[in-house]
Design a protein around this ligand. Structure first.
Ligand code: SD4
Length: 329
């Protein structure tokens, strides 16, 4: 028979579980503020319109009670698999020497992270990054070493290393630009994807072919933990897209997470990071950077330097594309 004391213990445990699983409601109660997300989990947030199919893949995992880490990996594998995608994966535009070089990183709820950069010929750099995280004592492998590790771990080198379309665009670029890479407002479309699962755990993934026509060997923000992506399960996650050099100069993602730690909402944190970037980089009107943030309560934020940044948000079974607010008005 259940004693009254047992019953009270069990009810207390049940409410603790509900509250534990729903930090948002607790935060709402404490702050008295309505928080975006309405306490609903899971949530997936990702950059640009390729975020829609990526979110769908992530959502499949999360809605079946899967882990955020699996969801973010599976999510970004969708644009990586798309040979028509000119900024992620093997379909991406090459560097100025005609090499498609790939950068990716992943980070889980425990603060584990893995990264690859300057990797050629592998369809899913994000999965190699995950293997680096899970199988090595390191965080980051680059270039030939990353390729060797991938091959040793069951990945295969792809037959094509540049698509015919990307090659054609490169030939045209070479003729018109005198082998001289320039910052370009339209030259971006990395996928950064951050998610919170039903258990309230956060993870993130970021993968790109990087800036088109870059110097051979150039690596941007996307595979750098703290620049293109940062996750702290107690606080939140952030990811960036756009001109990597601008993000690297201020360690964009970690700045956003630290601002959230200090009490900013994700939206406030995104705006402050972008405003700081503009204050410190006088040519900010000439390039694009976009940032997304999600906190552990399920609130999200998005902001960019310029008009045109879009992000995909999947929550409560609905996955939609939104226009981000921006600084240069
Ligand atoms: C980079 N942040 O390599 C990336 C660029 C980007 O699609 O967003 N590419 O600087």
């Amino acid at each position: 028979m259940t004693s009254r004391r047992d019953f009270i213990k069990k009810s207390a445990l049940a409410s603790a579980l509900v509250l534990g699983g729903n930090k948002l409601l607790r935060a709402e109660k404490e702050s008295g503020e309505r928080v975006q997300g309405d306490g609903k989990k899971p949530i997936v947030l990702s950059t640009w319109s390729h975020g829609i199919p990526a979110n769908d893949a992530a959502w499949k995992i999360l809605s079946a009670n899967g882990k955020a880490l699996d969801a973010v990996e599976q999510g970004v594998m969708v644009p990586e698999s798309d040979p028509k995608n000119r900024s992620v994966g093997l379909g991406g535009l090459p560097d100025r020497d005609g090499h498609v070089t790939l950068d990716a990183c992943i980070m889980d709820e425990k603060g584990n992270c893995g990264s690859v950069a300057f990797l050629e010929g592998i369809l899913h750099p994000i999965s190699v990054a995950r293997k680096v995280m899970e199988k090595t004592p390191h965080v980051m492998l680059v270039g030939d070493g990353a390729l060797q590790f991938a091959l040793e771990n069951g990945f295969t080198k792809n037959d094509y290393i540049i698509t015919p379309e990307a090659k054609e665009a490169w030939e045209k670029w070479k003729k018109e630009n005198n082998y001289n890479p320039k910052g370009d407002k339209a030259n971006h479309d990395t996928i950064g994807l951050i998610a919170i699962d039903a258990a309230g755990d956060l993870s993130g993934a970021c993968t790109t072919s990087g800036l088109a026509w870059k110097y051979h060997g150039r690596v941007g923000d996307s595979p750098i933990i703290g620049d293109g992506l940062f996750v702290d399960n107690e606080v939140g996650a952030a990811c960036t897209t756009g001109k990597g050099e601008a993000v690297m100069k201020i360690c964009g993602s970690i700045v956003v997470v630290e601002m959230m730690r200090n009490g900013k909402t994700p939206q406030q944190a995104c705006e402050e990071m972008i405003k700081r970037m503009a204050k410190k980089q006088s040519d900010w009107k000439d390039f694009q950077v976009g940032v997304l943030a999600l906190n552990s309560n399920g609130e999200h934020g998005a902001f960019a330097l310029q008009k045109g940044f879009q992000y995909a948000l999947a929550v409560d079974g609905e996955n939609k594309l939104y226009d981000s607010d921006y600084l240069n008005k």
